[in-house]
Design a protein around this ligand. Sequence first.
Ligand SMILES: C[S@@+](CC[C@H](N)C(=O)[O-])C[C@H]1O[C@@H](n2cnc3c(N)ncnc32)[C@H](O)[C@@H]1O
Length: 272
Amino acid sequence: MTINPNKALWEKGDFTRIAESMRESGEALVMTLGITDGLEVLDLGCGDGTTALPAARLGADVLGVDIASNLVEAGNARAQSLGLTNCRFQEGDASDLSELEDDSFDLVVSIFGAMFAPRPFDVAKEVVRVTRPGGRIVMGNWIPNDPTLVAQILKISSSYSPPPPEGFVSPMTWGVEDNVIERFAGAGVSEEKISFERDTYTFNFPGAPSELLAVFRTYYGPTMNAFEAAAANGREADLQAELDALFNGQNASLSEDATSIPATFLRVTVAV
Ligand SMILES: C[S@@+](CC[C@H](N)C(=O)[O-])C[C@H]1O[C@@H](n2cnc3c(N)ncnc32)[C@H](O)[C@@H]1O
């Protein structure tokens, strides 16, 4: 069987351990989506349901789709334990949603999700195809070279990793407005229907920043891979030091044993 590196990356580790620090921002973002009872929502690249579950709690009928089978399982378990029968999770690839019919959803949400799928033009086509005319698409995308946490983790990590294979398109390009416009134009959506905003997600963790870094090092696929690549060149300690300085430098918490790190992202809204 051929390995899908995109799937393997996210099934590595356990993204739930990172998502636990993102729950408050996920809920806050969902509160701004204008969710109404019975709204049909697709959460794409949903992870274990940081945004899918709050949307269901507000009365939407939510389908979460994610490429990582461990996260789909975790999402279904969380929905069940919360008694949410209007939220289910299934495996799928944002680059090819052939199992979903055209015009199925009022709202497609993808918070740091579809940006990680390969073939961004196919992603744009697929999200537009499954959204009903009159519906909306909301994406949250990290911004390349932004000075805040996630963009810097990915930037530092890439400097310790081998160059990506030829033809690889960086997920961070979804954080560039011109790329977003071009990709949705390829899906038949004109520029006036797209709006952009800078927004913030805050990573909250009940421990020191270095402990949160340890969680990333142990459970976050991209950071795990970066440490593996660094170790192969004897540079593990350098990577640890750079990331430790980043996590500590970005911490806005006044307490020494708590972490609160705001990270900027590009919020994209598309009217279909
Ligand atoms: C940074 S996590 C964000 C998860 C979730 N949206 C959240 O806010 O917690 C990225 C997610 O995108 C998923 N993902 C990556 N590539 C994907 C693809 N091609 N299709 C669907 N999901 C994908 C990963 O499995 C992972 O759950």
